[in-house]
Design a protein around this ligand. Structure first.
Ligand SMILES: Cc1cc2nc3c(=O)[nH]c(=O)nc-3n(C[C@H](O)[C@H](O)[C@H](O)COP(=O)(O)O)c2cc1C
Length: 741
């Protein structure tokens, strides 16, 4: 609700805000310019009587002296029988310059006040000011919530992108903007008679004047008693009209002065309302307080950036709104997904999980966490996917969840897994997910696996979590959701080597080069300064969205950016949209793709042995690791294919690597050769040597299908058992890495 109150008025009035704030910023300079041109006597240096006397010496036909809020003295007189206005030096009363209010400033002022549309424009400006008040107040509340309290208002702000720029700008400008908006709303209300106008409260004319002979203005006591700095306006009596009088307006009030006796005939001090109106004008325009005007002007300049980042945040949130569509009833479902989300991005991950579970034959109910039922009679699995907000708090659609748990009566068969979404820059990384995980455990529910925390919506971490879940539940899940895919680059196919057609496993090594498109000249120029394509290493991922495909497919890279080509190894899947698309490419064809870094699948630095295990196209990144091994660290490859005549991928390269000792040993197993064997068999055959290598600190990297990886992991479990180790141990030490699909 609060977010709507903040966003909707902003979206509606963005254009008006842009005009109001940019014109306001221009106008904010005017008081400083006027102030720098004005000659200001010291306090007590010059009385109004002295000022009027000196002015009259130089301008005998003076009708009025006005002092502007910036301190300029304007004299209206009838020189050469022509009414004219001049700026004068108050100390000497001498001519400075003609008084010509700047036409551009007047135009900008009109634009600011009424969008040059008269009274209807003034009404629009007034409404915009009121909307701005709403936005500022709701924005302050959201900011305090985001930072976790008033005391954190000046602390560094975590997060990134538009959210962060918006919050940083807001906290330094919001007070000034609120003052501008409040004062603007007040001034509009006075203009339209919604609030009383203090100007209607002028003193009434004196009933009696002495009618005596006028004395020189410099001798009038009432004027001698007023400092010229307090003067607003002095209107002279008509020449030769002894019944007329001076009318004087000062910062204190207004009254009349007898031109013969110098007596103050009637003086009405400024009412509270008038003082208020005066200060409101000062605070809105900066007139009389030039430095404050400049502050307001600077703050106004932040508004275009606030509008742009605000619209971007709104758009991101809108495009993230991907609520799962078909959801089973909670009483019928065997799997429950509950989602905690503020900015909607977690819904996208939940939808992907739901789709995969449904494909695996599950009946899935998906809802917001606040919609927790008191029981899920048929459910055996509960997934909680939740982000964290504020300072480690709940997102708004999950803020009742912990309280609702008291009424939750789960069946004993219900197991759960929590997936927290957060940002490591926040001190309480995924805190709400941790709290929920703890609370469910205290409720007596069994965990499927410990909580996983996803940093900044990482698609790779999500995919890995899916792999863990697959193993624990023994179902095939290929989670693939990337809410913010990186900008794509165009690549051209420059080389392809095709294998495996004869054994019904068409697999190709595809090599691409980035294309410098002349159409996107500015883009190219901009990127050229940095790097045309993000740098990548073997094991990183290449994302491609096939035509007619909705989400990108990720392929492990076999090359590094230093190789000058982008290389992937792709097995054609019978129903695979993307693999078929890639296999149908001809040399010279172009595709768009992006790089997704995958630092969790890399050989460890150092000189300890590396055992590489793969099957089929899984050899891609492994071949890349070997190619990079120019330091000749001990690397051993176990790889399984179908037939050495047909799909021995990378055979020539691997033989070269053996010769130049980038590879210590190559062990192959072929499932459709005379001696049928799988990669697990080749590993088992070397069990003793491998155990020794692992005892020496070797690291194992496995790449290929999930079934193959499961088989390999069982074999390794047996191999390392005598060392009192297990694959789980090795994984925890980062010595057993998998990249499976
Ligand atoms: C105002 C704000 C406060 C946040 N506070 C935290 C926090 O305390 N801890 C954390 O790990 N992440 C925090 N985050 C990051 C979000 O949890 C993360 O971006 C998450 O992916 C958002 O998912 P959602 O769009 O589904 O809400 C915060 C983000 C924002 C914008």
């Amino acid at each position: 609700m609060l977010r709507k109150l903040h966003g909707l008025p902003g979206l509606l009035a963005t254009l008006f805000f842009l005009v109001l704030t940019t014109s306001g910023a221009v106008l904010s300079i005017v008081p400083s310019l006027e102030r720098s041109a004005a000659i200001i006597p010291a306090a007590g240096e010059l009385s109004v009587a002295q000022l009027a006397e000196r002015v009259l010496t130089n301008f005998p036909t003076t009708e009025q002296i006005t002092r502007t809020a910036s301190g300029e003295i304007i004299v209206y007189h009838n020189g050469d029988n022509q009414p004219s206005a001049v700026l004068v030096n108050p100390i000497q009363g001498t001519y400075l310059a003609p008084y010509q209010p700047s036409t551009w400033a007047r135009w900008v002022k009109n634009l600011h006040r009424s969008f040059l549309l008269g009274d209807s424009g003034r009404a629009l400006a007034g409404i915009s000011a009121v909307l701005m008040v709403l936005i500022c107040l709701s924005g302050i509340t959201l900011l305090v919530q985001r930072l976790g309290g008033w005391s954190a208002l000046l602390r560094p702000i975590a997060g990134s992108g538009s959210q962060r720029v918006h919050a940083e700008l807001a906290r330094f400008t919001v007070v000034a903007l609120l003052i501008s908006a409040l004062t603007g709303s007040y001034m509009s209300s006075v203009h339209f008679g919604i609030l009383p106008d203090a100007a209607n409260n002028e003193p009434s004319f004196p009933e009696q004047v002495s009618g005596g002979t006028p004395v020189p203005v410099g001798t009038l006591t009432a004027l001698q008693n007023v400092d010229s700095l307090q003067l607003k306006e002095l209107v002279f009596p008509y020449l030769n009209d002894v019944k007329d009088f001076y009318s004087l307006t000062t910062t204190q009030g207004a009254g009349y002065i007898d031109q013969a006796s110098g007596e103050l005939l009637q003086f009405t001090p400024s009412s509270g309302n008038k003082q208020l109106q005066h200060w409101i004008t000062v605070l809105h325009t900066g007139k009389g307080l030039w430095w404050f005007g400049l502050l307001l002007g600077f703050a106004s300049l932040g508004v275009p950036a606030l509008c742009m980042t605000g619209i971007k945040i709104w758009w991101q949130r809108r495009s993230n709104t991907l609520k799962p569509t078909v959801s089973a009833k909670s009483e019928q479902a065997d799997t429950i997904i509950l989602v905690g989300s503020e900015g909607n991005s977690t819904w996208g991950f939940a939808q992907n999980l739901q789709q995969q579970l449904v494909q695996a034959g599950k009946t899935v109910h998906c809802a917001a966490m606040n919609e927790l039922a008191s029981d899920y009679p048929k459910a055996t699995t509960l997934f909680i996917l939740t982000s964290t907000y504020g300072d480690g708090g709940a997102p708004s659609n999950a803020n009742k969840f912990l309280a609702q748990l008291d009424l939750f009566n789960p069946k004993p068969q219900l197991h759960y897994a929590v997936l927290g979404f957060g940002d490591q820059q926040f001190p309480k990384f995924c805190q709400f997910g941790l709290d929920v995980d703890q609370a469910l455990s205290q409720k007596g529910l069994q965990r499927i696996l410990p909580i996983t925390r996803i940093n900044r919506c990482s698609a790779t971490e999500f995919r890995h979590w899916g792999e863990d879940i697959s193993k624990h539940l023994n179902i095939a899940l290929t989670l693939n959701h990337n809410p913010a895919p990186a900008a794509t680059t165009t690549f051209q196919l420059i080389d392809r080597i095709d294998y495996g057609v004869a054994v019904n496993a068409p697999t190709s090594i595809l090599r691409f080069k980035p294309v410098q498109s002349s159409k996107k000249l500015w883009h190219t120029l901009r990127l050229k300064k940095r790097q045309p394509v993000p740098s990548f290493a073997p094991g990183d991922l290449f994302g491609i969205t096939p035509p007619q495909g909705h989400s990108p497919r990720l392929y492990s890279l076999a090359s590094s950016s230093n190789d000058g080509v982008l290389e992937i190894c792709v097995r054609k899947q019978p129903q695979g949209l993307c693999s078929n698309f890639l296999h149908n490419l001809h040399i010279g064809d172009q595709i768009d793709g992006f790089i997704q870094h995958n630092p969790s699948f890399r050989p460890a630095r150092g000189t300890q042995p590396i055992i590489l295990v793969g099957a089929g196209a899984g050899i891609g990144p492994l071949a890349g690791f070997i190619r990079q091994n120019v330091a000749h660290n001990p690397m051993y490859l176990y790889w399984g294919g179908r037939n050495p005549e047909s799909d021995f991928l990378y055979e020539p390269e691997l033989n070269n690597y053996l010769k130049d000792e980038r590879l210590c040993a190559l062990n192959t197993a072929f499932s459709r050769a005379t001696e049928k064997a799988y990669v697990q068999d080749a590993i088992q055959a070397d069990a003793q040597d491998l155990r020794q290598l692992i005892a020496k600190g070797a690291q194992v990297l496995v790449c290929g299908s999930r079934d193959m990886a499961n088989g390999v992991s069982q074999v390794f479990d047996n191999i390392v058992q005598p060392l009192h180790l297990s694959v789980a141990h090795l994984k925890a030490q980062g010595r057993y890495l998998e990249d499976v699909y």
